[in-house]
Design a binder for this molecule. Structure first.
Ligand SMILES: Cc1cc2nc3c(=O)[nH]c(=O)nc-3n(C[C@H](O)[C@H](O)[C@H](O)COP(=O)(O)O)c2cc1C
Length: 175
C-alpha cells in the first residue's frame, strides 16, 4: 500500500516519513513509516498504522516498545521502507544507538526522536493501530519555540512512492 500506485490516500500526502526502530539489538529492526500521528497530550500518545506483515510488527508485539526517528536522508527512508528485516539485517545497514528509556534502536544520523512504550494494539483491516506512550523525546539540532527551524534542518515528507518533498516556506497565520 506504500508502493507506486496512485490512490485515494495520496490526497492526504505529503506527510512526514520516519524511521521506526523496534526490538532490542541484536534482535532489532528499522522500517519507514509515514502513517504516524500524535493522538493525545494529557497522556502523551502517538499512533502508528503498522502492517501486520512487517517484521517491525512482530518485534513491536514481542518487545512492547519502539522508537520514531526523524532523519533527513530520503534514500535511507526509501531503502528502509522497501526491504524487510525478514530478508536483510537492516541494523547492519545503519549506524545506530539504543534509546535512553527503551532499548529499541535509533539511527545515528537522526535529528530527533521519540521513544514509546506500547499501550494498545488495535487490529483494523491489515494493520494494527499501535498506540504508544511517549516516555522520552529529543531533538538534536534546529528545534525551538516554533518547532523545527526549516532553515537548519530538512524534514522529508513522502508525496507518493519514491517522491519526497522538503517543506521550505514558513508562514505565520494572522489573528
Ligand atoms: C515512505 C514510506 C512510508 C511507509 N509508511 C508505512 C506505514 O506507515 N506503515 C507501514 O506498515 N508500512 C509503511 N511503509 C512500508 C514499510 O516500510 C515496508 O513494508 C517495510 O519493508 C517493512 O519493513 P520490515 O518488514 O523490516 O518491518 C512505508 C514505506 C515507505 C517507503
Amino acid at each position: 500500500m506504500w508502493g507506486t500506485h496512485l490512490a485515494w490516500y495520496h490526497l492526504l500526502h505529503p506527510r512526514p516519513a520516519y524511521v521506526i526502530g523496534s526490538g532490542e539489538p541484536p534482535e532489532g529492526n528499522f522500517m519507514t513509516a509515514s502513517w504516524v500521528t500524535p493522538v493525545a497530550t494529557d497522556e502523551p500518545l502517538v499512533a502508528l498504522a503498522l502492517d501486520r506483515e512487517t517484521y517491525t510488527y512482530k518485534l513491536v508485539k514481542k518487545y512492547g516498545h519502539f522508537t520514531i526517528a526523524i532523519v533527513e536522508d530520503v534514500n535511507l527512508l526509501w531503502k528502509l521502507g522497501t526491504k524487510s528485516g525478514e530478508e536483510v539485517n537492516k541494523l547492519e545497514m545503519v549506524e545506530y544507538f539504543k534509546g535512553k528509556k527503551v532499548p529499541s534502536p535509533i539511527p545515528k544520523n537522526a535529528i530527533g526522536w521519540i521513544e514509546a512504550e506500547v499501550k494498545q494494539m488495535i487490529p483494523v483491516a491489515e494493520v494494527d493501530m499501535v498506540i504508544g506512550k511517549v516516555v522520552h523525546w529529543e531533538a538534536v539540532k534546529g528545534f525551538g519555540r516554533r518547532g523545527w527551524d526549516l532553515k537548519e534542518v530538512k524534514i522529508p515528507l513522502q508525496k507518493a512512492g519514491r517522491s519526497f518533498v522538503f517543506p521550505c516556506e514558513e508562514v505565520l497565520a494572522k489573528g
